[in-house]
Unconditional design. Structure first.
Ligand code: EPZ
Length: 428
């Protein structure tokens, strides 16, 4: 297991290129199961989660080839996936438990193959993570679903039929699974109370390029007219808005001056507004954003509540909290999406942060300075909030279990070192 060793106190200064979005690339990869023709994905980030999902797809008969950096200065990698036929409908526990997003093979396997046996993903550090919304909606498309031995066994012997589905609660993954399943269902499907995250619009754009007929993705009501088959496509993954927000917050926290390039700043307007309220200068261009703060002028504490898109993303909550730890005044941070997404709090407190938890709300009172300490990463976004804390803490911070980080951040120590951070990886 690797660890990161950091010396805090250096304001970040320079440019950080943003990679393709992990949470777009994962569903896009599972969409390849819907066709026997090659699906080419460009700007794919180099992450552990991508590698794990590639293994899962291989179990089902997908043939994958990965090329280095794409031609013409394309950043990221080019991934080509072809599934001539589904050779095995089982997504095994040992892979699914490593990669919850494997649940996204359920819809495509059902639609293409008429059967799927997917291990229940189980919970993770941030919550129980049920999949009931996925299953109930797939049953409305005509699937018969039983749970046995920790596996979801889904069948659609007569194919799937379109339906009018109203999600009782907003779910990104359930919306994605249903978009893919409905693309090959007979007739029209309407998804109401659908998630509006940009990764869903990106998936819909790729599915439409494959021959699907999806309208309204990105809004709360999506209409899908099913078709009998889908073809291959060539699709570029959208930039990662969560990586963008993470490095924007790191720049603000350190009192630095950083330009984030190859991104879509409008996808994190909710964060930009809060940072500007806190006294950070944010300049937005079409595909870049510049974040700077005078190191002699601390950020102001501002309240925040996580919400489904376009509200403040839950995936930036831990990073925002690390920023608020040394702000002027206090910040009330409410987590409304997951029931246990404050695992970073005890670790931040070990570094001197003053945080009080009341159920789903954390009251952060700004302190003058954090102090470096050995800390433990617990989940992907909690780990990166500890990196932000380590960047601003006095002295040395050692972050253990950084495999959590590698799931969602491509070359984080390179990107931060290039902006002046003192951060190195050590093999343990
Ligand atoms: C996606 O997870 C993201 N993962 C998460 O990012 C992100 O935090 C989340 O959406 C919310 O934006 C990927 O895209 C791979 P949900 P997902 O279904 O689809 C409950 C990261 O750090 N729920 O929108 O699993 C659920 O427990 C990860 O990159 C049900 O109750 O999220 C949660 O409380 C973490 N039943 C809420 O809904 C269901 O059937 C939102 O979950 C499904 C979800």
């Amino acid at each position: 297991m690797d660890k990161l060793i950091m010396q805090g106190g250096q304001p970040l200064s320079g440019t950080i290129p943003i990679s393709g979005a992990k949470n777009a690339a994962l569903p896009l990869m599972t969409a390849s199961l819907l066709t026997s023709e090659p699906l080419i994905l460009r700007h794919v980030p180099h992450l552990a989660d991508i590698t794990t999902l590639a293994e899962v797809l291989g179990e089902h008969g997908a043939e994958l080839s990965l090329h280095g950096h794409g031609e013409g200065g394309e950043t990221g990698r080019v991934l080509s996936i072809t599934t001539p036929r589904i050779t095995n409908a089982v997504a095994p526990y040992e892979l699914v438990r490593k990669m919850r997003a494997s649940i996204l093979v359920l819809g495509p396997l059902l639609a293409r193959h008429g059967e799927a046996k997917v291990s229940l993903p189980g919970g993770c550090a941030i919550g129980t993570r049920p999949v009931d919304l996925h299953l109930k909606a797939l049953e409305q498309l005509g699937a018969t679903i039983t749970l046995e031995g920790g596996y979801i066994h889904a069948r659609a012997d007569n194919g799937l039929r379109g339906a009018h589905i109203r999600f009782p609660a907003i779910s990104v993954g359930a919306t994605e699974n249903l978009l893919m399943a409905a693309s090959l269902a007979e007739g029209e499907t309407i998804l109401e109370n659908a998630a509006r995250e940009p990764e869903i619009a990106d998936l819909a754009a790729c599915l439409n390029a494959m021959g699907a007929d999806i309208r309204g993705a990105g809004s709360e009501t999506i209409t899908v007219s099913g078709t009998t088959r889908l073809r291959g496509a060539d699709h570029r993954v959208i930039p990662d808005r969560i990586e963008t927000g993470t490095y924007a917050l790191a720049a603000a926290a350190t009192g630095g001056d950083v330009t984030l390039t190859g991104t879509r700043p409008e996808l994190i307007d909710s964060l930009t507004e809060l940072m500007q309220q806190a006294g950070v200068a944010v300049t937005v261009e079409k595909d870049s954003m510049r974040v700077c703060r005078d190191p002699d002028r601390p950020m102001e504490g501002v309240d925040m509540m996580t919400q489904p898109y376009p509200g403040f993303p839950t995936d930036l909550q831990a990073q925002f909290m690390a920023c608020m730890a040394t702000a002027q005044g206090a910040a009330m941070i409410s987590e409304t999406i997951f029931e246990n997404r404050f695992m970073h709090v005890p670790e931040l407190m070990r570094m001197g942060a003053n945080i009080n938890l009341h159920g789903g709300t954390a009251l952060v009172r700004g302190v003058k300075q954090l102090t470096g300490a050995p800390v433990m990463a617990t989940d992907l976004r909690a780990s990166v909030s500890l990196v932000i804390a380590g960047l601003i803490a006095k002295g040395e911070t050692e972050i253990n279990r950084v495999y959590h980080l590698d799931r969602g951040y491509e070359r984080i120590e390179d990107k931060l070192s290039a902006c002046g951070a003192s951060i190195r990886r050590e093999r343990v």
